[in-house]
Design a protein around this ligand. Structure first.
Ligand code: UT7
Length: 300
């Protein structure tokens, strides 16, 4: 990572966060573009056509515009002409919020095939003079398909929010008459977020494991939100899971907010680590303050 204009060093960043590189979207590339590209790959992988998708949810805090939703823009880009589409805004917990929502629509019998996407261009809301945040975040997208089936893929999920912590991580700029106003950049009390993240990653993991009646040692892969390698190490230690079972991509992508968990899932599936039949515990934590966990059994 280049050390440009601010007092930082690659050594500090790697040691304190584990981040070695990240991706920044080119000018003119938006969350809907990244999301649509990730969705195309997921659809190809799962051999699902645009005609089969009856729900699109995009988890993002960096939508292309005030409205339409990024989900509608993705729907348009993919030529999906049926069903419904909306965004979920839960910052770095967005993907698990979206997964839980899609699962409930499927289990209620309202939806057969849902496309769930996490897509972000956080580089656009960074203050490049704030070394406490600008070295951490990157852009990206990941996507999964959920389908109704005879045996459940999603075994359990839990979501939480505590708005009393709204101030520790936020982008306070507002939208007034369609225009961004106020401070448009992300601000964070890193230590406060760190401490809460470690706590809630443990508690939400224990909740979904209890709901699914599964001992922790049956988790094949743990995919916590990729914010900081030290948080991932704490999470694994507290659950007594060997660190080899944690998927780590924060070194490659930085913190991509709602995209971090589906990106990590994709990396570990494509490199052959995550296999059909395995139990994967995915966790989000971030602004709001929000957090949540989804325990799933992979079908492909
Ligand atoms: O995505 C939502 C979830 N987000 C997270 O989970 C982020 C959670 N927080 C963190 O990952 C960490 O708190 C950070 C990576 C943000 C910061 O690491 P830290 O070990 O908590 O550092 P710190 O804030 O305690 O700062 C230690 C020192 C300070 O200097 P002094 O006051 O000791 O002189 C900072 O000013 O490190 C300094 N510092 C830096 N130095 C070089 C902060 N950022 C940098 C930097 N380069 N980029």
């Amino acid at each position: 990572m280049a050390e440009r204009g601010i007092e930082t060093s690659d050594e500090w960043i790697q040691e304190r966060t584990g981040i070695a590189q990240r991706y920044i979207a080119a000018e003119g590339v938006f969350s809907s573009d990244l999301g649509a590209e990730a969705a195309r790959k997921a659809m190809q992988d799962a051999q699902v056509s645009a005609e089969e998708i009856d729900l699109v949810i995009v988890a993002t805090s960096t939508p292309d515009m005030v409205f339409p939703s990024t989900a509608c823009l993705v729907q348009q880009k993919l030529g999906i002409a049926q069903g419904f589409a909306f965004d979920v805004q839960a910052v770095c917990s967005g993907f698990v919020y979206a997964m839980a929502t899609a699962d409930l629509y499927i289990k209620a019998g309202k939806v057969r095939t849902a496309l769930v996407i996490g897509a972000e261009v956080f580089s656009r809301i960074l203050d490049w003079n704030d070394r406490g945040t600008c070295v951490l975040f990157g852009d990206g997208a990941g996507a999964v398909l959920l389908r109704a089936g005879s045996s459940p893929g999603v075994l359990a999920h839990r979501l939480h929010a505590q708005g009393q912590y709204a101030d520790i991580l936020r982008t306070a700029g507002g939208i007034q008459h369609g225009k961004a106003t106020g401070h448009p950049f992300l601000t964070m009390d890193g230590q406060a977020v760190f401490k809460l993240a470690v706590e809630v990653l443990e508690s939400s993991a224990r909740e979904v494991l209890a709901d699914a009646n599964m001992p922790a040692d049956q988790v094949d892969w743990l995919i916590p939100h990729q914010a900081n390698i030290r948080i991932l190490q704490f999470a694994a230690r507290r659950l007594k899971l060997p660190f080899e079972r944690v998927v780590v991509t924060v070194n490659q992508h930085g913190n991509t907010s709602a995209a971090s968990v589906p990106l990590a899932l994709d990396v570990a599936r494509r490199d052959g680590r995550i296999k059909a039949g395995q139990n994967v515990l995915m966790q989000g934590v971030g602004g709001g303050f929000t957090w949540g966990a989804v325990l799933a059994r992979m079908t492909i």
